[in-house]
Design a protein around this ligand. Structure first.
Ligand SMILES: [Zn+2]
Length: 178
């Protein structure tokens, strides 16, 4: 078998069992249909050369590295999901908002009270307004912080899930049998 033959032919013998195999263009490694060896296509100046890299897909170093990456991403996703659930449970309740409404009622009551007593009505109304503003601001700040945390986490979950899918697809491609 000369190099000239290799460069002109798309069919090469399996380096493990000598079965004639079509050399794939789309995958860098594949599995021999006869002996299950993992064969890597190495591009050289003289054309593609086949090399045995393992006797089963689990032995393929590229496959192993994909598997390790996927396992890492899955663990990361798992952790993120748990944290996301915890974060969701921290959603701000309506208590601050309700206090704000009470403040608003006090403000209106205070305003009405000024009809017969300017000082008492002014104190009630003023305090009510202060409470209402403070409570609404607090509620708004809490909600904004919660929504930004939740949004960031779901974006991270989506990104890592996508990364995992991409690597899993790459790993699946290595299992192509020829
Ligand atoms: Zn073979």
């Amino acid at each position: 078998m000369s190099n000239t033959q290799k460069s002109t032919s798309d069919v090469q013998p399996c380096p493990n069992c000598e079965t004639e195999l079509p050399v794939p263009k789309s995958t860098r490694s594949f599995i021999c249909r006869e002996c299950d060896a993992i064969i890597k296509v190495i591009a050289t100046d003289d054309g593609a050369v086949l090399k045995v890299v393992g006797k089963s897909v689990e032995e393929d170093p590229t496959y192993q590295s994909y598997e390790a990456q996927v396992a890492e991403l899955v663990a990361e996703l798992d952790d993120l999901h748990k944290r996301y659930v915890v974060e969701m449970a921290k959603k701000p309740g309506p208590s601050a908002f309700r206090i704000g409404l009470l403040g608003l009622v006090a403000f209106i009551a205070g305003a009405l009270t000024t009809i017969w007593s300017l000082s008492i009505g002014g104190v009630i109304g003023g305090l009510g307004l202060l409470v209402a503003v403070a409570a609404f601001v607090l509620h708004g700040t809490r909600m904004a912080a919660f929504q930004s945390r939740a949004g960031e986490m779901s974006k991270a979950i989506e990104r890592i899930g996508h990364e995992r899918d991409v690597i899993q697809r790459k790993a699946a491609l290595l299992k192509v049998t020829i």
